[in-house]
Design a protein around this ligand. Structure first.
Ligand code: PTJ
Length: 259
């Protein structure tokens, strides 16, 4: 039994906050297994806070962004899904499933470099069913110029036209945009630099986003290229983020009245 599973079992299923605690313990277990960076715990806590004020549900604006994101991924020429420690710890099976159904490669890309982390994440993804994982072999990697962080080391991302970056820090999104790549972000903070820089920002918890993306992929696969292109064209990220903020305000107003 891995420490990940061990932590998970310590949460009684009857606990009113079972779901939230389950994922919290996946992050803790992931940190013990080197999958998650220490800072990943802090990032998760920040995400929990934003999720709380979103009502812990996939909002209508998040659903719109998910639809646009899936359409964009289906019409992209060289899309890549970037994987970090938190995502690998939280939803490895669903992530691999999404990559397979969309036929889009997974590339491990980490902000915090530590010996053994890439290997640990690779193992988690393999266990979840991934057969090909990129961002592992240093011989195949190049460095993105002008980016200081460890995220500069990329493989397929170097030539990608569209990169999906779940739970990202802002610097690389900015860099990818400057390299004329399209970016899909999944970030519970609608005001993060990543959220504001991305072309399509999904303000939602990654644990709900990926299953929803799998569901939407099955529907959008029935459409042709022109129809998919229209979905992407009709999506306005700035307006969608503003709508998300409006939903947060409405939700908090409702909570205020209910106290
Ligand atoms: O594994 P590494 O080394 O690549 O590092 C990963 C982290 C997440 C530690 C690194 O990218 C980082 O420090 O990120 P930040 O700058 O803390 O940003 C993470 C963003 O993700 C924050 O805006 C959080 O609100 C958001 N977030 C946290 N948990 C979730 C989330 N968004 C969606 N779903 C979540 N479960």
């Amino acid at each position: 039994m891995t420490s990940n599973e061990n932590q998970d079992h310590s949460v009684p299923k009857t606990h009113p906050r079972y779901e939230s605690l389950k994922y919290r313990h996946k992050i803790i277990g992931g940190m013990k297994n080197l999958v998650v960076a220490e800072a990943g715990l802090i990032a998760h806590g920040r995400g929990e806070c934003f999720d709380y004020i979103l009502g812990e549900k996939t909002t209508d604006s998040a659903k719109k962004a998910i639809e646009a994101a899936v359409a964009a991924l289906l019409i992209a020429e060289k899309p890549v899904i970037s994987v970090n420690g938190n995502v690998a710890a939280l939803i490895p099976e669903e992530l691999v499933k999404l990559s397979k159904i969309l036929k889009i490669p997974l590339e491990i890309n980490l902000f915090y470099q530590k010996e053994g982390r890439i290997e640990a994440i690779k193992n988690v993804l393999h266990k979840a069913g991934a057969t090909k994982i990129h961002g592992v072999d240093t011989k195949k990697m190049i460095e993105l110029e002008g980016l200081e962080s460890n995220r500069r080391k990329v493989e397929l991302i170097a030539n990608a036209d569209l990169v999906m970056v779940p739970l990202e820090d802002g610097d690389r999104t900015e860099k990818l945009k400057k390299l004329n790549k399209k970016v899909i972000a999944v970030d519970l903070n609608p005001l993060s630099r990543t959220a504001l820089w991305a072309d399509i920002t999904i303000v939602d918890n990654i644990v709900r986003t990926i299953p929803e993306m799998i569901k939407i992929t099955k529907e959008l696969k029935k459409l042709n290229g022109t129809q998919l292109f229209k979905i992407v064209q009709n999506f306005n990220n700035k307006v969608n983020i503003q709508n998300t903020l409006e939903l947060i305000i409405q939700y908090l107003e409702k909570q205020k009245k209910g106290i």
